[in-house]
Design a protein around this ligand. Structure first.
Ligand SMILES: [Zn+2]
Length: 197
C-alpha cells in the first residue's frame, strides 16, 4: 500500500519551526478596523484603528487565533518545502546518506515497540510516494522523510508498519494507525498541505 506524493521532489532541511510569538500592535491613523496579519517569518501584527484600543485589539487577535495558527502552520510547511527545493547536489547526497543510516534504525525501533517483525527495509529515491509495504513485509521509505519533522516521519513509518497487520486502508487499518500514532490525522493534513503548495 502506498502513500503518494503527487508531483515534485521534496527534501527540506528546515524542520525548525518559527516560534509563535506574541502579536505586535501597530496603531494606524487611517485604518478603519482591526486587522491581523501573519508575516512570512511567522510574526503576527495587529493594526489598531485610530478609535481603537490595544485591549480590543488583543481580544480581536485572540478571536482570530484559529486562523492565525492555521496560517503559521502553513508557513512552516511551506518553509520545509522551499528548503527542500533549494538543496544543492551535495546537500542532497549528504541527506540521502543520512536517510540510509537513520530511517531503517527508526523503523526497526518503532517496529520493536509494536512487537512487529519487518523482513526488509529499503530507503529509496521514490518520486511519487513516501513509503510502501509489500505483502512479503518489505517496507520501502522515501529518503526525503529524513528532512521532514520527526512526527511526520514517524507517522509515515507507523503507517507502513501497520500494513504488516492490514495490507489495505480499511477502517480496521486506520484504527491500528490511530492507536499507534494518535496525531495521525494532523500528520495526514500536514502531508496533504505539503503536496498542495
Ligand atoms: Zn497505506
Amino acid at each position: 500500500m502506498q502513500q503518494t506524493l503527487p508531483f515534485e521532489l521534496h527534501a527540506g532541511h528546515a524542520t525548525e519551526e518559527p516560534a509563535a510569538t506574541a502579536p505586535e500592535f501597530v496603531r494606524h491613523p487611517r485604518a478603519r478596523r482591526y486587522v491581523v496579519r501573519v508575516r512570512a517569518d511567522g510574526t503576527v501584527r495587529v493594526t489598531i484603528p485610530r478609535w481603537g484600543s490595544k485591549r480590543e485589539a488583543a481580544a480581536f487577535a485572540e478571536e482570530q487565533r484559529p486562523w492565525i495558527d492555521r496560517h503559521i502552520a502553513r508557513l512552516r510547511i511551506q518553509r520545509n518545502r522551499q528548503a527542500s527545493e533549494q538543496l544543492s547536489d551535495g546537500q542532497r547526497q549528504t541527506l540521502r546518506a543520512r536517510a540510509k543510516r537513520e530511517l531503517p534504525l527508526r523503523l526497526l525501533a518503532l517496529a520493536e515497540s509494536f512487537g512487529l517483525r519487518v523482513s526488509r527495509v529499503t530507503v529509496r529515491n521514490q518520486q511519487s510516494r513516501w513509503g510502501s509495504c509489500s505483502p512479503g513485509g518489505h517496507i520501502c521509505l522515501n529518503w526525503r522523510l529524513v528532512a521532514m519533522p520527526d512526527w511526520i516521519r514517524d507517522y509515515v513509518i507507523v503507517h507502513e508498519l501497520m500494513h504488516l497487520k492490514q495490507l489495505n486502508h480499511s477502517r480496521k487499518f486506520w484504527k491500528l494507525v490511530a492507536a499507534a500514532c494518535p496525531e495521525y490525522q494532523a500528520a495526514r493534513a500536514w502531508l496533504r498541505e505539503y503536496q498542495q503548495l
